[in-house]
Design a protein. Structure first.
Length: 351
């Protein structure tokens, strides 16, 4: 294996001890839909040189991705360079397909989850799965959740921040969270089709850069305002991109709860106390911001997240945490101990 220092994309890591809970996959190919006309949103891939593929959705190139999205040996090599001992893998968010009719979405997600399972099996214990479920149909979502949690290669699921515009804190999703708590499934929430895209001025990449944090913050706030963690206190739920804007929203929520009787009646516990029961990744690209989030949410609630293997990802997650914190105990919490708690029985001991 090439020494870490030889890979110019990554820094010289000092340990291979990080557990990454935010990384994605795209299958190299997708099956054809054989039960009639291709459903709206059904993906395909086209070869691109030298080792990339275009992900084509509804006749347009949604994104061009590299073979690191499906090539396990290359992924494991990069994990060494990044200082990672374990990585939780989930589908590219656009593949969650909430906007598709439920039956074909279920078929597509089962295929994607089976591809994740193959990658986990080929990883010699270095990868663990976070599957996808068709949350637009509760019965199908619950059935796929139970199937996934019967496979020891999966620790839980990735959910979108909203389901066709409905925030995940909406009461109609309670049966899913009840089942996730019962089954011990970790739930990782990622921004998908964010609100406010029409307010962005510039290239489409600003969706990832600017719209995702606001969307994640609103999703986390919906969980707090609906008292989700009070109803399902053993649920393990994490939010991508450091919880997005939630850290800025919390003081306003606290003051609003003091000022408005309606908020006192509807939010049963301090928003900050509720926020400290959630998990967050450390994907904020800035040491002062990371220290602020750790002081706000608690050192036991922040975990490594990279968004690998897309271009806009954290290339040196271990160095980022080591630069932010001198205390060895805090580093251990953020690098692997918190992820072991979040992922549960599927987390391997970090080396």
């Amino acid at each position: 294996m090439v020494p870490a220092a030889a890979d110019k994309r990554y820094g010289t890591r000092r340990c291979t001890c990080g557990v990454d809970i935010h990384a994605h996959i795209v299958p190299a190919t997708f099956p054809s839909y054989l039960k009639g006309p291709r459903p709206t949103g059904w993906p395909s891939t086209e070869a691109a040189q030298p080792c990339h593929r275009h992900v084509v959705i509804d006749g347009r190139n949604y994104r061009t991705v590299s073979d690191r999205c499906w090539d396990v040996p290359k992924r494991l090599s990069d994990m060494e360079h990044m200082g990672l001992s374990l990585q939780a893998i989930s589908a590219m968010p656009e593949l969650m397909s909430y906007w598709m009719d439920a039956a074909p979405a279920d078929e597509l997600l089962r295929y994607i989850n089976d591809q994740i399972a193959i990658m986990v099996d080929d990883s010699a214990g270095r990868l663990v799965g976070l599957g996808a479920v068709p949350l637009q149909d509760m019965d199908l979502a619950l059935a796929e959740l139970r199937r996934l949690m019967g496979n020891p290669g999966f620790a839980g699921v990735q959910l979108g921040s909203n389901v066709n515009g409905k925030p995940i804190g909406a009461p109609e999703f309670d049966p899913f969270f009840e089942a996730a708590e019962e089954l011990g499934a970790a739930v990782f929430v990622h921004a998908v089709r964010p609100a406010g895209q029409d307010r962005l001025v510039g290239p489409t990449q600003l969706q990832q850069v600017l719209a995702y944090p606001g969307e994640v913050g609103l999703a986390a706030a919906s969980v707090i305002c609906s008292n989700l963690m009070l109803r399902w206190p053993r649920l393990r739920i994490a939010f991508s991109h450091g919880g997005g804007t939630l850290g800025l929203l919390l003081p306003r929520l606290e003051e609003g709860r003091r000022v408005f009787p309606a908020l006192q009646d509807s939010i049963a516990m301090s928003p900050t106390e509720q926020a400290r029961r959630l998990f967050y990744d450390a994907l904020v690209y800035d040491e002062p911001t990371l220290r602020h989030l750790t002081s706000l949410f608690g050192e036991t609630q922040i975990m490594v997240g990279t968004d690998y293997p897309f271009n806009f990802h954290e290339r040196n997650p271990v160095e980022r945490i080591e630069a932010a914190f001198a205390d060895e105990a805090t580093r251990r919490w953020l690098l692997h101990d918190n992820a072991a708690t979040f992922l549960g029985r599927n987390a391997r001991p970090a080396t």
